[in-house]
Design a protein around this ligand. Structure first.
Ligand code: NAD
Ligand code: ZN
Length: 639
């Protein structure tokens, strides 16, 4: 058995890693001997499954399903079937078997690989799929659509028993209408051969019909529609507790209707088509009984909706697959959609299903509840530390930095720590208006909006007023002063678009200022001036943007002595201040450092986490705007 388990694991990994065969983890595999069925459990991916992860089930106990009397109503029946399956697991409680376990059981062959490949579903989801199947795969069994769960097991068993009675042997290919294919064989090589045969045969048929096999391309979204519709949709589709993500996949047509159970689970049966307004969505919800997961603004933009970027991307994968299957079905008379009774069964069943409950449990309950948070200058220093704290508290973080490589690696670090798609990166020069506009368009394309701008990117050039070059002056001013204006300008437009008919959740701008914005700084006029100036901007923007439900505050950190700005051995401020003679009598970098630490009542420099906590306060509180909050260990006190 050990060798067989290794074979089935290898087969599973082979197909699981190939998106032509498996999307969003659909499908399952098994191997059996006389007594035991070893099957891929729910919650384990085909692509990575190991031999020891296959769940052992006692075949005799699975068979009890076919002799037990089950309740007549669908949910009672499925619950009873689930209990029979759970009782067949050895040892009891070792894992969760798929609802398709009894189908694997009734197939005579020792290896079974069940997949939902788009190439196959182009035929199973086609009006003339059955006739095409009879012609292309005369040796195969075709089964008309039936509800998944134990109904499917009964139907497959009956059909296989009949086929065997007629020909002495079960067919090795079982095509399921609007679902996928079961392939059975007594060796792993034969499974591979059979799948090659299926793929080659179908590819030839598509070629003959002049149908391309790839995912049909989408166009570029209309930028104005994107910037107005996506933020509005976030509000219309979100709730006071949970912000949603509206992810733009381009422009083009949504799925035409419900194709397979997988598509319904991820993308719902129907997409919303129309303008992104509250009345249109309300009418859709009233008709369908759920909020759309796919929104098509005809000719302008196509969106997917999720509780997080990861969810929205999963919907996008299902949508792409549906669009591909639909295009392929043109080879066999066009797409055949599930009937109302059939898709409603899946919709109701899905409501009770495990995976939906799991995905709903993430993100929303955290302190920052999926707030889309853009952190400029997040590749290093304070910005990186702030990004880490925000991500740890449930924000979706966009690292926006001129240093594209640093931003990408910071985002990767956050995803490794907090989960796939919890952070992304974007290259930006905040002093360049086009670059800032493009950055917010890119963020809106990914997430649908922005809830928090942490305007952190800033630079410092120290120097005497008598010596400082105009070039250095402009450099500091363009980034620290003008750059803040540009970021707020474009962030505020997106945030304001999240207020629909006067309703929406509050957004935040938090600028990372400095204690040098509260008190002058010797031989550091360009910097201090830019920081004082931006407090004026914060106060002014706060007064204006309050009507768009945007709070605007600054936090004013003391010196981050451990960060690169101060401690970089070549360009750090300790070295610069030593060289410019800013600290009288200082002979070494250590002298300069001690001089500065001694100025702080709390006797230490400011840390990124101190700044992050102040930012969290700005976001969580609901009764303050236009403030500049010191984070200085007592060094600067307001009066
Ligand atoms: N370090 C301190 O002691 C200190 C103290 C008080 C306030 N601050 C403020 O905190 C903020 C962050 O400072 P830090 O010390 O962490 O800086 P840092 O130099 O360590 O990092 C700044 C980041 O901003 C990026 N950046 C610079 N110019 C940019 C531009 N034009 N567009 C996009 N990204 C740009 C850089 O690539 C870098 O990743 C600044 O606004 C600074 O004024 C720093
Ligand atoms: Zn299936």
């Amino acid at each position: 058995m050990q060798e067989k388990l290794q074979n089935i694991a290898k087969l599973s990994q082979h197909y699981g890693a190939n998106p032509d065969f498996v999307f969003l983890g659909g499908g399952n595999t098994s191997v059996k001997d006389e007594k035991t069925l070893y099957i891929k459990p729910s919650g384990v991916a085909l692509a990575t499954i190991q031999p020891e992860q296959f769940l052992a089930m006692e075949r005799q106990a699975i068979r009890a399903l076919f002799t037990t009397e089950l309740p007549a109503d669908a949910s009672g029946r499925e619950a009873a079937a689930k209990a029979v399956m759970a009782a067949a697991v050895r040892p009891l409680g070792a894992g969760r078997p798929s609802v398709e376990a009894p189908v694997h059981e009734v197939i005579d062959y020792s290896y079974v690989v069940h997949l939902h490949p788009a190439l196959v579903n182009g035929m199973t989801c086609a009006e003339e799929g059955k006739a095409a199947c009879a012609k292309l795969f005369p040796e195969a069994l075709w089964l008309d659509y039936c509800d998944p769960g134990c109904t499917l097991a009964f139907v497959v068993k009956k059909a296989l028993d009949e086929a065997k009675a007629a020909s002495g042997k079960q067919p090795q290919l079982v095509f399921l209408q609007n679902h996928g294919v079961f392939v059975g064989a007594d060796s792993a090589e034969e499974i591979r051969r059979l799948y090659e045969h299926i793929v080659d045969t179908l590819k030839r048929a598509y070629a003959q019909a002049g149908v391309a096999v790839g995912v049909p391309a989408l166009g570029e979204p209309d930028r104005d529609t994107l910037l107005a519709s996506a933020p509005a949709l976030r509000t219309i589709l979100g709730t006071a507790e949970a912000r949603v993500i509206v992810h733009c996949v381009g422009a083009g047509e949504a799925q035409g209707g419900p194709l397979t159970p997988d598509h319904i689970v991820y993308a719902k049966s129907f997409a919303y088509r129309g303008a992104a307004d509250a009345a249109g969505i309300a009418a859709f919800v009233a008709e369908r009984g759920y909020q759309p997961k796919v929104v098509e603004v005809p000719g302008k933009a196509l969106f997917t909706v999720g509780d997080s970027l990861k969810d929205a991307r999963a919907v996008a994968v299902a949508l792409a697959n549906a669009r591909q299957v639909q295009a392929l079905a043109a080879a066999f008379g066009g797409a055949h959609f599930l009937s109302e009774r059939q898709y409603k069964f899946i919709e109701n069943w899905e409501v009770e299903s495990y995976r939906r409950k799991v995905s709903l449990a993430t993100g929303a309950a955290s302190r920052l509840g999926n707030r889309v948070s853009v952190v400029t200058g997040g590749a290093q220093g304070f910005g990186l530390g702030i990004a880490q704290t925000l991500a740890a508290n449930g924000a979706l973080v966009v690292i926006a930095d001129m240093n594209a490589e640093g931003a990408a690696s910071a985002a990767k670090e956050l995803c490794d720590a907090y989960g796939a798609d919890r952070a992304t990166s974007v290259a930006v020069n905040i002093a360049d208006e086009d670059s800032v506009a493009a950055m917010f368009a890119a963020v809106t394309k990914d997430f649908g909006g922005v809830d928090l701008l942490v305007a952190n990117a800033g630079v410092l050039r120290a120097g005497s007023v008598k010596e400082m070059s105009k070039k250095d002056w402009d450099f500091v001013t363009n980034i620290n002063y003008t750059g803040y204006f540009l970021c707020v300008k474009y962030a505020a437009k997106v945030m304001a678009a999240q207020i629909v008919d006067g309703k929406g959740l509050w957004s935040d701008v938090v600028q990372v200022n400095s204690k040098s914005g509260l008190e002058g700084s010797n031989k550091n006029g360009a910097y201090a001036g830019s920081k004082f100036g931006t407090i004026g901007l914060t106060q002014s923007f706060a007064k204006e943007l309050v009507t768009d439900c945007i709070k605007v505050n600054s936090v004013c950190p003391g010196n981050f002595y451990d960060g690169p700005l101060w401690s970089d051995p070549e360009r750090g401020l300790f070295v610069q201040y030593l060289n410019t003679g800013k600290v009288p009598g200082a002979k070494t970098v250590e002298d300069v450092r001690r001089f500065y630490e001694d100025k702080v009542p709390m006797r230490r420099g400011c840390l990124p986490v101190d700044v992050a906590r102040a930012i969290m306060y700005c976001v969580e509180q609901a009764y303050e705007t236009g403030q500049a909050i010191p984070v200085t260990g007592g060094q600067v006190m307001l009066h």
